[in-house]
Design a protein around this ligand. Structure first.
Ligand code: G3P
Length: 218
């Protein structure tokens, strides 16, 4: 399972990278705005800064909503760095753009996916990644994890190579559950990765080992 971090915060990206388990980064216009990154030039520079920190894929989202605009923006983003994956929304022109990019060898991440049908379309159009937003489904009393399971089943039925990128992960149990369901990638906040570390018996056990070591070596 690949671990992506879902942020535009460079400190958090560095921290995750230093842990040695980071496979990539996802961003979106909201995450960029949260870090105060505004204006086209600053946003493009920020993507390059992120690529220079991590070794893996960095999703950069188009903001155009028409086919021609998405193609223009996506090609510009893809030119920035070979780690860039163009993030395209699941709308009709987005599906056309996914197919266009796929035919040109430009890697894509289809975002804002909330149903198995949308995920099927993304795979048919040749998306590299599909991003089902499970936290946002949970937010409206719908089972986000079930969507991951449904997409896994459909993709396995037909051998689609599109990778399931479980997005809108909010906490560590989402990561564990997505791993059980066979999501190829998870993207979440740093806290969702850090949470995997924690167990009180590890802390208690380590304290005891160190105490016994001190006794034997004093
Ligand atoms: O990767 C998608 C993500 O940024 C959305 O997460 O927590 O805003 O639903 P959230």
């Amino acid at each position: 399972m690949k671990f992506f971090i879902d942020t535009a915060n460079l400190d958090q990206i560095k921290e995750a990278q230093e842990l040695g388990v980071l496979d990539g980064v996802t961003t979106n216009p909201s995450l960029m705005a949260k870090e105060g990154i505004t204006g086209k030039d600053n946003i493009l520079k920020h993507y390059v800064d992120i690529c220079n920190i991590v070794d893996g894929d960095v999703s950069a989202e188009v903001v155009a909503t028409d086919f021609a605009g998405m193609v223009k923006e996506g090609e510009e983003l893809a030119e920035l760095h070979d780690q860039i994956v163009v993030k395209v929304p699941m709308i009709k022109d987005g599906v056309k753009a996914l197919k266009y990019f796929s035919d040109k060898g430009i890697r894509t991440n289809c975002t804002l996916v909330f149903s198995p049908g949308q995920a099927l379309l993304a795979a048919k159009a040749g998306a590299t990644y599909v991003s089902p937003f499970l936290g946002r489904l949970d937010d409206i009393s719908t089972d986000g994890l079930n969507l991951i399971a449904e997409i896994r089943l459909i993709y396995d039925n037909y051998g689609f190579e599109t990778e399931i990128l479980a997005a809108s992960i909010r906490h560590t149990m989402h990561v564990i559950d997505c791993a059980k369901l066979g999501a190829d990638v998870m993207t979440g906040p740093l806290s969702s990765i850090d949470g995997l570390l924690k167990h009180p018996l590890t802390d208690i056990g380590l304290a005891k080992f160190l105490e016994d070591y001190k006794k034997g070596n004093s």
